[in-house]
Design a protein around this ligand. Structure first.
Ligand code: PLP
Ligand code: ZN
Length: 413
């Protein structure tokens, strides 16, 4: 926290102190007055070097403590968040025709999604502010990650999810002891109800766009990618987009590293949505303000018709010289199969939407075969078994008889 200078409104530029209770810009209001955390980059440079940091023994996001908005001595959940593997998957490189492709498997976090990076920060901030209860609304993963980190710290949670959230995610919430409120309506309805309840009861607010510290947790995925690539920045980072906080976090991470001079250029960022819910991709491609959209996709984690962080998301894509694209649910299911079969990596629909978009961008010639590309898989496939079975089909059913087995396996062996 000692390297944090303060907060700055992304709309009007107003500077605010990084104090408890300050989440949004009072002049611009909670919808548009989204804040960015500003750091003293000179102080970070004086404190450490990238070589020193790379030798650190901490195998979690807290190896990047100088870049995080938390006090070093605040008690932290014991869960290991971050330091997920960055693979060089030979089979997928071949099938996508990308010779320098990397896959960052963020399904390998404690509750099996990238959201753990943000939730652990939310829990630490709640502890710093003396809050005993945290609340959020979520399409599912923010909820289960918050419930997990909060359980590890003994904090109480109230979680608002839309009625459609997959069973795997609900099961996680209940196992972690959360008070789960299943709102019979859209994600937008769940968000609004949680906001009203948070105001009424004074709970700590983990809602991602509102709370400026969460993007800081998400940015650690970019810090890791840079470190894992030996500080050689990829040409592209490709990932799925819902509210827009994750893509904003990725961009913030690379910009922080650029500011301290640890990397000498920035990657292009490609954001991928589903054609069933693509308010931000449409706005970007048609170069117009975004409009609310229906939430009509199997990729539940990015079925966000009213994105909460549209400005930071679009800014990340534009500033980076990147692009956006929308892919169909069929392409998402294809990507799920392809990633699984070529690489042994199992992502949920929103987890592999980035990979589906990458495939389309290669086909369109936007991303070139020899470019260095990182595709982030943002969530694990076991969270949504129903859609996985949709992608992969049914098993071979046999009576317990070798003869029948031989018949059924004909042509397969
Ligand atoms: C939340 C989520 C995303 C998108 O992140 P946003 O910040 O909402 O844009 C993508 N994939 C998975 C698995 C997620 O849980
Ligand atoms: Zn403002």
């Amino acid at each position: 926290m000692k390297n944090v200078l303060g907060l700055r409104c992304i709309k009007c530029g107003q500077e605010l102190p990084a104090l408890p209770g300050v989440y949004t810009c009072p002049s611009c209001g909670p919808k548009e007055g989204i804040l960015d955390v500003e750091y003293d980059y000179q102080a970070i440079k004086r404190e450490t070097t990238r070589e020193e940091l790379s030798q650190g023994k901490e195998r979690s996001i807290f190896r990047y403590l100088p870049f995080l908005p938390v006090k070093p001595d605040t008690p932290r959940p014991h869960l290991r968040v971050g330091m997920s593997p960055l693979y060089q998957p030979a089979g997928l490189r071949q099938s996508l025709g990308l010779s320098h492709l990397y896959v960052k498997d963020d399904g390998q976090n404690p509750t099996a999604s990238l959201k753990d990076r943000a939730s652990i920060i939310a829990v630490i901030k709640a502890v710093e502010e003396g809050a005993g209860t945290i609340a959020c609304s979520s399409t599912g993963n923010a909820a289960s990650s918050l419930a997990g980190s909060a359980a590890a710290m003994g904090l109480k949670t109230f979680i608002f999810v839309p009625g459609r959230a997959p069973q795997g995610k609900i099961a996680q919430l209940l196992i972690f002891g959360a008070n789960v409120i299943s709102v019979q309506g859209s994600y937008e309805d769940a968000f609004s109800l949680s906001a009203a309840a948070i105001e009424r009861f004074g709970w700590y607010n983990r809602n991602a766009a509102i709370n400026p510290y969460l993007v800081e947790g998400k940015k650690t995925v970019a810090l890791e990618i840079a470190e894992q690539l030996n500080w050689e920045v990829p040409d592209w980072v490709v990932l799925s987009v819902g509210d827009g906080c994750t893509i904003a976090g990725v961009w913030k991470g690379f910009k922080d590293l650029y500011q301290v001079g640890w990397i000498d250029r920035l990657p292009k960022i490609a954001g991928v949505q589903s054609t069933g819910c693509s308010p931000l991709a449409d706005a970007f491609l048609e170069n117009r303000p975004w409009r609310p959209a229906a939430e009509n996709t199997i990729a539940d984690s990015i079925a966000v018709g009213v994105p909460r962080n549209p400005e930071k998301a679009l800014r990340a894509v534009r500033e980076s010289g990147g692009t956006m694209i929308a892919v169909s649910d069929e392409e998402i299911l294809d990507a799920m199969r392809e990633l699984g079969r070529t690489s042994g990596i199992f992502g949920e629909p929103a987890g592999v939407t980035g990979t589906a978009g990458l495939k389309a961008l290669v086909k369109q010639g936007v991303i070139k075969p020899d470019e260095k590309v990182v595709s982030i898989v943002t969530g694990n496939g076991l969270k949504d078994v129903q859609n996985a079975i949709k992608a992969a089909g049914e098993p071979i059913k046999v009576e317990p008889s070798l003869n029948e087995l031989l018949l059924k396996l004909e042509g397969r062996i």
